[in-house]
Design a protein around this ligand. Sequence first.
Ligand SMILES: Cc1cc2nc3c(=O)[nH]c(=O)nc-3n(C[C@H](O)[C@H](O)[C@H](O)COP(=O)(O)OP(=O)(O)OC[C@H]3O[C@@H](n4cnc5c(N)ncnc54)[C@H](O)[C@@H]3O)c2cc1C
Length: 649
Amino acid sequence: MTATMNSKTTSPALDNKVPDGPIATKWEDHKFSMKLVNPNNKRKFTVIVVGTGLAGSSAAATLGELGYNVKAFTFHDSPRRAHSIAAQGGINAAKNYQNDGDSVHRLFYDTVKGGDYRSREANVHRLAEVSVNIIDQAAAQGVPFARDYGGLLDNRSFGGAQVSRTFYARGQTGQQLLLGAYSALNRQIHAGSVEMHNRKEMLDLVVKDGQTCGIVVRDLLTGEVESHSAHAVVLATGGYGNVYYLSTNAMMCNVTAAWRAHRRGAFFANPCYTQIHPTCIPASEDHQSKLTLMSESLRNDGRIWVPTAFDDNRLASDIPEAERDYYLERKYPAFGNLVPRDVASRNAKTVVDEGRGIGPLKNGVFLDFADAIARDGVETIKAKYGNLFDMYANITGENPYERPMRIYPATHYTMGGLWVDYHLMTTIPGTYAIGEANFSDHGANRLGASALMQGLADGYFVLPYTIGDQLAGKLGEGTVPTDDPVFKAAEAEVADQTKKWLSIGGTKSPEHYHRELGRIVWDRIGMARDKNGLEKAQDEISSLEEEFKKNVRVKGDNTSMNTELEKVGRVADFFELAKLKARDALVREESCGGHFRVESQTEEGEALRDDENFSHVAAWEWNGEDTEQTKHEEQLDFEYVALSQRSYK
Ligand SMILES: Cc1cc2nc3c(=O)[nH]c(=O)nc-3n(C[C@H](O)[C@H](O)[C@H](O)COP(=O)(O)OP(=O)(O)OC[C@H]3O[C@@H](n4cnc5c(N)ncnc54)[C@H](O)[C@@H]3O)c2cc1C
């Protein structure tokens, strides 16, 4: 079935390298046609992996196991600190253990549809194919996935799917998967194939004659700036959700590695695509610096509602059934509380904006387990979600077994990122991006439990094949020595920049500017965007950035650990990203997935796509400090999933 909708062409700068052939066998066939590096030659290549979350750890461990010389970097004190450890709910895979109609094709279909038809079909199909291997790999490593009564691996449902395909380890799936990947990584560190560099922050990517040759890092404990040379660099540095300041991401998450690569020539794709997760604990005051996610898995059993009356101050228990609006069940009977995240988030915003919000600040909706507890018993609910309930009680002081949780959407995940081809290579030859750092397989909206799947698919099963195809052509070439002028120039730039931040001597901290930037980004480029607001955002971000550069205050020095100094560079990159994000959102004059343009909605208030004009990936090319980026387009053609208005009714 062909549903291609436009005749526009892809920019010549974006060769996605998607192989020909039927989608079901494309990846298998391609694996055979790619060049191989034989085992003895692998040790002649050095590969740098920046980031040791699920994507980076799995890639570094696998490349090490294959025989490459790997250098892995993280700014954390241990790979185990990566933000991946926070993932709670689960990981998708098309195993069909439940025998409820799942298949590789259905996972592929759900993901393309869930992403609102803004992802590349070939990549998504490959992701669905290798999803099944990930579970075997993790189970073999000893990841303690939940099991059912008979001892088989258990599954639950996540949003945007009508089958149960989510594997989980209570509410700690990311932690357990990371322990698995970390063990594999440690094995390679012990074997000598991976050289681990903790507490080093990548601050530049080094490119010589158009080819990647290494990175420049700053030692966060001593301030020393050093270069590392390699045949290829893999960026597994996570997402940019903290551009909003308040988010569910770990506080250290930032865009710096990806942004510095962008400034060296890697195109940045779809920066306006951000996922706002519907089930977070609402902000409780103005100076809060972090929001907490309550896993999507809770929507399996929790029912979401608000009072039908406006400004209702009664306790939930005092509101009779007839005066409750279970708005997701009412509007979307087929998916109910398990509609995808973008739909659930927008609906929560609508009822709160209407004046039906609950809680002290009227900024939340109820997530109610009373029916589930009455049906299954408290022990069953405890076994499924006990640690999440405890976390909620610790943070709010309220007992969720006795009264409904309060939840509200918050920034959670970024679908945009570095543009990559089918081989996961950026527009700089030899630089790869994997996991949340790339623009990924999730289109304009990621389905729950699919980030862990993608990060591990990239790291364990895709990159280890595709990187060889490029490296095979470099056999006999050494790495560029780190005393080459190209490294020395990059080191000098990093050192100068550091000195500059320390010398400004302004009055406000990097944290202050981050918080103010986040306010603008949330207000203007948050759950709903319009032309007027986006134009204002551009002006407001630019003037705040100007003030930041003149008035930021960084205390301390450069020869010992200095978290303000670390932060100021990250905030500077967030400013540049925020400007691009506003521009990307402004020129995408359609709604799709997590990008909701107020001007483009159906009569029922759902996101209205414009396939004729916007069925493309927007990939932005850096043109230098004071010049706007150039937009390139990769057209998206849909041969196997027919484009339609998404409906979860
Ligand atoms: C609270 C929460 C719960 C979630 N739950 C789920 C879930 O249940 N299922 C699911 O599928 N997804 C979930 N997600 C999303 C998922 O956790 C992430 O998308 C995924 O873990 C990202 O993995 P990653 O390896 O790409 O990046 P990360 O885990 O963010 O790792 C990034 C790594 O890069 C390093 N790094 C970054 N910049 C630099 C630099 N400049 N120099 C050196 N090192 C650097 C960091 O030290 C870190 O090691 C959740 C997210 C959150 C916030």
